[in-house]
Structures are given as structure tokens and as C-alpha cells.
Design a protein. Structure first.
Length: 544
């Protein structure tokens, strides 16, 4: 869908990208790795541009399991196969978990998880593994694993199948709001001087004397294009990294295999508040999670070979797979009628020609530089985005001969919303603005120290919920357009707030009102308003 005109807010956003200047770095990709790389480079004093063909985190980075983790499964692989690479991946992940919890406290939290044990001989093995997990975290640890008796395991997760349950193990990992984390990274990068824009697609790479010198950029919304010059280009496009590499070298050999993982969302009775469940072994040797998230139960994920595509759809057999395993571990029957929403996300796995099962491909990352100078950072996972960015920018500085003003300091940079965040800030919001407790809690956790700015809009527009039974307000639409790069209805309903991920029917119902609110801010005519609303509804009906 292409529009003849764009709004003034977006023109301002694109203005810096169109200036006659040479950036130090052009980062392609607005997911976790791309936004993290832009922040790292900009905070070192480099001149940075970031472009994303869709919305920030619209792909893989908003469709994770919402866990900040070192990787329990990776640790098991490290021990069983004496795999040094997996061992270091877990150790690095646990350290990065601690930094992410510290730098974005409003968007993340510690989460206890129960692993049920139905065979006595499993207890020492699982317990020892999770104690090793604690040990590797070191000073970044967030809780101590311990054995649970049968009664306590059932008390913590009451819908567990009691028949045959022997015991459980309790351990801790982190949980977060991935889509808002990516937006916060983009905002923080902009605050450090980066020029960032969503819906700006690289349609060609520019070369001079065989070396990359920039790219041709197209505004996806209007179709207009222009050139951005840069001393170095970083490909941080996740599952699409090989496609960008082929723009540079048509004969480039793939370095990734793409895996799809689906999640389903159930109502809160399937996951008690404050405790998650790790299903330790499925019929094909994988693990599954059942997690409380945003007042619902999040179940996932599967792991199947896939092709890189925008908006992949959950496959019926994958949904059946999840429901089948829930039936084995729950004392409640779970059917398709219980599913409130479902989505599929793609994972970029570093290619190993000897691997057949994508579950055994490494989740570590690689940094590769082509002959013409395209620097690709690929693989990895959300938890280690900061380290991936660090490695990418370090390589870029040496490869492109850049001169940053300072070294990396992202370990100490609080993300937008986190600098003055108070865990009890919802009490103040409820008191000062007369908000219901669920609304106040949502605003505090989603916006952190900027929640007051959102709440201040209520004085003129009133406390009106976008959908009954959910804590999301109409003023958040206005705020997202003015302050968080939102230009499409799905930007708001699927990423600035997670309504579409949690309750697809509610998101479809809220789409027309959301479009009307955005039309006021962005000056849409009736035709544009209708198209935007219908586009969002169609997306939510098919795939998020």
C-alpha cells in the first residue's frame, strides 16, 4: 500500500536521513540487534543512521517467548556434548540477562519457573543442571534454584497434572516486553544522536570503486527514494540477512538457516500470576514454556525449519503440537476454543552444514565482512543483543577506519523510561490521575518514568479504554504517534501495546477507533483512514 502524501511528523523523522551528509554507519534492520547496534555506535559519538523496512521489531524481535535467559537447553547441550561454544553462550547470556534487567527495569522482571518431575531419577539431574545455571550467573544471579516437594509444586502451579508427580525444581529467569524494548532502544539511540526511521527500505546498495559507500532508500509509505551515504554499512536484518548479503554479492553462500516458532495465548487460568512452567522434554526432545504474561498465559515455542518471510502464519500442526503437550501436563483440558491469539516468529540460526535438526543449530552470533565491506551480524538471541551490537560496532570501527569519541558504554545506559523508574510508580499514577489499578500498573510497566507524560494526556482526552477488559487507553494511541514512531494501526495494536498478541478479537474490534485517533494526529483523509483500518483488521485475521 503506497500513499501519495505522508504526515509532517514523519517528514521530520526522515529529514535527517535526507540531509546531504556522510554517516559513519548505516545500520539496516530495526529489530533488537539493529537498534542495539545503532545505540552502541551513537553513544560512542559516531554519526549513525538506522533504517527498517517495516515497523521497529515487527519481525522476529516482537515474537519471542518474552524470556531473558542464558538458555537452559543450551547448558544441557554444553554438558552432554562437552560443547564449549554452548557453554560460553549460556555464560554470556546470563551476564547479559543481568544487564538488561538493570537497564530496562520497567520492561523486565524476574520470573520464577517450575520444572515438574514425574520420575524420581530426574530430580538430581535436573537440580544439578539448574544449580550449575545459577553458578554460571555469578554476581548476575537473580535467584537460587531449589527442589520443591510435590505439594509445593502443585501450590505454585495448581493446574499441573498431579497424577505421578514426584517433585519439582524452582529456578529463575527474566521476562520482558520485547516489542516495547525494541522501541525503547530506537528512542534511546535517537537521544544519543542517531537518525532512525521505520518503513524505510534499502532497495539497492551503492558502491564506489568496488567498496560500499551507502544505499538507496525507499519510503515504503510514499514510494519516494533517495540515497544515504555512509562509510560503513551494517546488515542486522535477522532472518533476512542472507537476502541483504545477496544484494551485495548475488552468489553469496547462505550463513543462516531459518527456524519458525509459534506461540499461543490462553487466558490467565492456564498460568498463575508470578510463576512460569518449563516442560522439560517433549516427544521430540525439545522444551516448552507456559508463562504468565500481561495477564494471560503464553505457551511456546515450536522449532521447525522455515523460509524467511514477513508475517509468517502459525501452522495448524504446530498449534496441535502445543495443545497435545499441554494435555499431557495439565489437569485442565485445553482446546482451540481456549486460544485467544497465536503468532509465528522466525529465528536466524547460524548455519552448520552438518546439522539436520534446527533445535541443535547454534544460537550464537557471527560477524562477517564481505569483500566490498558489507558487515553482517547474524544469529544470536534477544538476551544477547547488547553483546552482538558491541561485537558488530567493534568490527565496524576497525574495518571502516572510524574514530569514535569514546569506547562502548552500553552496560551503563538506561533505556528510555528506565532512568528514574519506580516499581511503586503505579500507586502515584492511580492517585494523581484517578486511574484504575490495572491501568496504572500497565502504564508504569510499559512507559516507566515517562508514564506521567502519557497520563497527562488524560486531562484533555479522558480515561477511555481501547477495549473493555484490557488496561490499554485511547490516549496511548496519541502518545505512540507523537512520541514512538507509530504510523500504522498495527504499529499501535501489535507493538506499542500488545493487544493483538494477546486477544486478536479485541484488536480487530479496536482497529477502527485506533485508526480514527491516528487520523486526527496524522491528517488522514477518509480514504486513508478506511484503508488503514481494513489493513490492520486483515493482518490480525491472518497473521500478526
Amino acid at each position: 500500500m503506497t500513499f501519495q502524501e505522508t504526515d509532517m511528523l514523519r517528514e521530520q523523522l526522515l529529514g535527517r536521513l535526507k540531509e546531504e551528509q556522510v554517516f559513519d554507519l548505516l545500520v539496516i534492520g530495526g529489530g533488537a540487534t539493529g537498534c542495539g547496534t545503532a545505540l552502541d555506535a551513537a553513544s560512542r559519538g559516531l554519526k549513525v543512521a538506522l533504517v527498517e523496512k517495516n515497523d521497529f521489531s515487527e519481525g522476529t524481535s516482537s515474537r519471542s517467548t518474552k524470556l531473558i535467559h542464558g538458555g537452559v537447553r543450551y547448558l544441557e547441550a554444553a554438558v552432554k556434548r562437552l560443547d564449549r561454544e554452548q557453554y560460553h553462550l549460556v555464560r554470556d547470556g546470563l551476564r547479559e540477562r543481568g544487564l538488561l534487567l538493570k537497564n530496562a527495569p520497567h520492561l523486565s522482571n524476574r520470573l520464577p519457573l517450575v520444572t515438574p518431575l514425574y520420575k524420581w531419577f530426574e530430580a538430581p539431574y535436573v537440580y544439578a543442571g539448574l544449580k550449575l545455571y545459577d553458578f554460571l550467573a555469578g554476581k548476575s544471579g537473580i535467584g537460587h534454584s531449589r527442589l520443591l516437594g510435590r505439594k509445593e509444586a502443585l501450590d505454585r502451579f495448581p493446574i499441573l497434572r498431579a497424577e505421578g508427580l514426584k517433585a519439582g525444581v524452582l529456578y529463575y529467569d527474566g521476562q520482558f516486553n520485547d516489542a516495547r524494548m525494541a522501541v525503547s532502544l530506537a528512542l534511546t539511540a535517537r537521544n544519543h544522536g542517531a537518525a532512525v526511521a521505520n518503513y524505510t527500505e534499502v532497495i539497492a546498495l551503492q558502491k564506489q570503486s568496488g567498496r560500499l559507500c551507502g544505499a538507496e532508500i525507499r519510503d515504503v509509505l510514499t514510494g519516494r527514494s533517495w540515497q544515504v551515504r555512509a562509510r560503513g554499512v551494517i546488515n542486522a536484518t535477522g532472518p533476512f540477512a542472507d537476502q541483504v548479503r545477496k544484494m551485495d554479492e548475488p552468489d553469496a553462500r547462505p550463513i543462516l538457516r531459518v527456524s519458525s516458532g509459534i506461540h499461543i495465548v490462553l487466558d490467565e487460568r492456564f498460568a498463575p500470576p508470578g510463576t512460569g512452567l518449563l516442560i522439560p522434554e517433549t516427544e521430540d526432545g525439545r522444551i516448552l514454556f507456559v508463562l504468565p504474561w500481561q495477564g494471560f498465559a503464553l505457551v511456546g515455542t515450536t522449532d521447525e525449519p522455515a523460509e524467511a518471510e514477513d508475517h509468517p502464519r502459525p501452522r495448524e500442526e504446530e498449534i496441535d503440537y502445543l495443545l497435545r503437550h499441554l494435555g499431557r501436563y495439565f489437569n485442565l483440558r485445553v482446546t482451540r476454543e481456549d486460544i485467544r491469539s497465536a503468532w509465528s516468529g522466525l529465528r536466524p540460526l547460524v548455519f552448520d552444514p552438518k546439522a539436520v535438526d534446527t533445535a541443535r543449530l547454534t544460537r550464537d552470533h557471527v560477524v562477517q565482512v564481505s569483500e566490498s565491506g558489507l558487515l553482517t551480524v547474524a544469529g544470536g538471541k534477544w538476551t544477547t543483543y547488547r553483546k552482538m551490537a558491541l561485537d558488530a560496532v567493534n568490527h565496524a570501527v576497525s574495518t571502516f577506519g572510524l574514530h569514535p569519541e569514546r569506547s562502548c558504554r552500553t552496560e551503563q545506559i538506561a533505556l528510555v523510561g528506565g532512568e528514574s523508574y519506580r516499581e511503586d510508580g503505579d500507586d502515584r499514577l492511580a492517585r494523581d490521575f484517578g486511574l484504575a489499578s490495572d491501568v496504572a500498573l500497565h502504564l508504569n510497566r510499559a512507559y516507566g518514568d515517562r508514564a506521567v507524560k502519557v497520563a497527562e494526556l488524560i486531562s484533555t482526552e479522558g480515561v477511555v479504554r481501547l477495549s473493555q477488559g484490557h488496561p490499554y487507553l485511547e490516549v496511548e494511541v496519541t502518545y505512540a504517534v507523537r512520541n514512538e514512531f507509530a504510523v500504522r494501526v498495527s504499529d499501535v495494536l501489535a507493538r506499542r501495546i500488545p493487544l493483538a498478541l494477546l486477544d486478536r478479537a479485541a484488536a480487530i474490534e479496536a482497529a477502527p477507533r485506533t485508526a480514527a485517533l491516528m487520523a486526527v494526529e496524522l491528517g488522514w483523509n477518509e480514504k486513508r483512514l478506511k484503508e488503514e483500518s481494513e489493513c490492520a483488521e486483515s493482518l490480525f485475521l491472518s497473521a500478526i
